[in-house]
Ligand binder design. Structure first.
Ligand code: SF4
Length: 377
């Protein structure tokens, strides 16, 4: 099984925290879509003909694609890759794009899962982030999506925003739960250098929240959301039972995926490929029939570290036997004292040769994984 990610690198306006690759100049949008279709054709053997179980339109803002552009991309995928009949097709959408007509168009094109970029239900915070919608639009777009027949909807929320109070975060969680989405993805805001928030931080205008606040808000989220029957199948991702994102789960289970479009990256178990984050350079390369990408061959140590970083964050945990068989790596023997300390502190537990994080351990997931990293030989 394999996944396909399409990066749609256009946005109406720049959110102040965003470090993804996008351009607000949409003059060459159709050309760019045609170039992505060309890349799908050129990369037709990347996944070794494994059937595609998930297609994910991310960005940028994929809800800016029109019906013709969506058709070009989906028809190309079906023409060159074997696609599972029950494929999950997710599209990231911003509430301000989702008119009832647009939603009907998306449904007709074959999109069967929407990921709504709500981020917050607080209008002051939405303005502070420079989002293009307000909370009324967010709720209306969700209701319109239900009306249009979407039965699998995920909401994105951001926390640890500078100045955000705990009560405001709790209100966002409750408003999201009131809508009863199938899935909720959350992000702890990190300040990235080349963003407006990055510049404000350097000039002293903005003070990032400390890691302790992010951990406290995550803990609040975990207790509130799990009480409503959602499963935390990855540290930042919650779903109603059985409604996990097929696409994200495949990342965390280390399955192969192909990423197309400027700024996308791909993984085929042995290497990672990073496409250039520049629309004109991407367009020119595809005109010449080239993929403008850097390829990184993964060493044994890279593979072990990636495995730990991704699996420890999930409810499936890190399989100690897999590490031994696949990489000849005896994790417990190599880290006996540290693991013992983590167990004493009730941050981890091991059951049937699987290493799991406890609820408390999840608050420190990345730190624990990086402490277990293997050094390059
Ligand atoms: S957060 Fe999304 S909508 Fe905002 S600039 Fe980034 S990619 Fe575009």
């Amino acid at each position: 099984m394999a996944g396909l990610y399409l990066h749609i690198p256009f946005c109406k306006q720049a959110c102040y925290y965003c470090d993804f690759h996008f351009s607000t100049n949409r003059n060459r949008q159709l050309e760019l879509v045609q170039a992505i279709a060309r890349e799908i054709e050129i990369q037709k053997d990347y996944l070794d003909k494994k059937p595609i179980q998930s297609i994910y339109f991310g960005g940028g803002t994929p809800s800016l694609l029109n019906a013709r552009e969506l058709d070009i991309l989906l028809n190309t995928i079906h023409a060159v890759h074997p696609v599972e009949s029950r494929v999950e097709i997710t599209l990231e959408a911003n509430p301000d794009d989702l008119t009832p007509e647009k939603l009907t168009e998306l449904k007709k094109a074959g999109i069967n899962r929407l990921s709504l970029g709500i981020q917050s239900f607080n209008d002051f915070i939405l303005q502070f982030l420079n989002r293009a919608h307000d909370s009324r639009r967010a709720i209306a777009s969700y209701q319109d999506a239900r009306e249009a027949g979407f039965s699998n909807i995920s909401l994105d929320l951001i926390y640890a925003i500078p100045g955000q109070r705990e009560s405001q975060w709790l209100d966002d969680i409750h408003q999201a739960l009131n809508l009863e989405p199938e899935h909720i993805s959350t992000y702890s805001l990190t300040i990235e250098e080349k963003t407006v928030f990055g510049r404000w931080t350097v000039s002293g205008k903005l003070k990032p929240e400390p890691d302790e606040t992010a951990a406290q808000y995550l803990e609040l989220l975990m207790t509130t959301i799990q009480a409503k029957g959602y499963e935390q199948y990855e540290v930042s991702n919650f779903a109603k039972p059985g409604l996990y994102s097929v696409h994200n789960s495949s990342y965390w289970k280390q399955e192969a995926y192909l990423g197309v479009g400027p700024g996308a990256h791909s993984f085929n178990l042995h290497s990672r490929q990073f496409n250039v984050r520049n629309n004109p350079i991407y367009l020119k390369a595809l005109e010449e029939g080239r993929i403008p990408a850097e390829v990184e061959i993964l060493s044994r140590e890279d593979k072990i570290n990636e495995y730990l970083l991704t699996t420890l964050r999930t409810q499936w945990g890190a399989d100690l036997n897999y590490l031994k068989k696949q990489f000849n790596y005896p994790l417990v023997e190599q880290n006996y004292t540290y693991l013992h300390q983590l167990m004493e502190a009730r941050l981890i537990f091991i059951e049937q040769d699987i290493l799991y994080l406890t609820g408390k351990g999840k608050l420190l997931a990345d730190k624990i994984a990086s402490d277990l990293f293997v050094l390059q030989s």
